[in-house]
Design a protein around this ligand. Structure first.
Ligand code: ATP
Length: 220
């Protein structure tokens, strides 16, 4: 069961493969929380990602790395609902199940990076997402804020708001583009560095590095 502080009326979820969790995720969410005054963000690791190769670390290992990374950070909590199903983790299914769980009046937001937003029209039932939640989009190093096709750019303009309060008042339907610092970090880059024996101390928490070593993850 999810408990939230009374002052935070909106439920905020951040999905990803977290293979592994890194400072790109953590700093981005901490900055987001500061800007829009959030006390809680739920990390939603996916089991079988629809648009990527199966992660290298298994679900238990990814979960363990998330736990280690957030252990002294009360901002974060983990929602393991995608791990509980052995099917492809489509965001729309997860959001619909959250909507069912919390009712039609509860404001729910899904946070994603700009890279993910740019390909959102390839997601399963993407056009149903805003019927069920808001989207909060963080910029990502190397990715433009504009869509490549006019149709989706118009979709963005139609739903975009500059006022985060709208997302707290209404249960769904808005897209909020937040201004967080650009960090040139990705899971792919970190896995490559680890495979080639390079240091990642500035990219992932020390506790996670130790776990990666202990589990012999991301080796050649
Ligand atoms: P990979 O390189 O393996 O694809 P990733 O680092 O992009 O991994 P995921 O764990 O799949 O990470 O990402 C989850 C979410 O985090 C996505 O919405 C992605 O856009 C966002 N994200 C990850 N890293 C950053 C970053 N450095 N800046 C902004 N958004 C990010």
């Amino acid at each position: 069961m999810i408990l939230i502080n009374n002052h935070q009326k909106i439920l905020v979820f951040f999905g990803g493969t977290f293979d592994p969790i890194h400072y790109g995720h953590i700093h981005l969410l901490e900055s987001l929380a500061k800007q829009i005054k959030l006390k809680k963000i739920f990390l939603l690791p996916n089991n079988i990602p629809p648009h990527k190769k199966q992660p290298i670390a298994n679900p238990n290992q990814r979960l363990e790395m998330i736990k280690l990374a957030i252990q002294a950070k009360p901002l974060f909590e983990i929602n393991t609902q995608e791990f509980e199903k052995n099917t492809i983790s489509y965001t729309i299914d997860t959001i619909k199940s959250l909507r069912y769980q919390f009712g039609k009046h509860q404001p729910i937001a899904f946070v994603l990076g700009q890279d993910a937003l740019l390909s959102i029209n390839t997601w399963n039932n993407w056009d149903k997402l805003l019927e069920n939640c808001h989207l909060v989009v963080c910029p990502r190093f190397g990715y433009t804020r504009n869509f490549y096709t006019k149709k989706i750019q118009l979709w963005l303009l139609k739903h975009k708001t500059n006022d985060f309060n709208q997302l707290k008042i209404y249960p769904n339907g808005y897209i909020f583009l937040v201004q967080t610092k650009l960090k040139n970090i990705s899971g792919t880059k970190i896995r490559q560095k680890l495979t080639s024996g390079e240091s990642c101390v500035k990219l992932i928490p020390k506790t996670v590095i130790n776990y990666i070593k202990q589990q012999k993850l991301y080796l050649k």
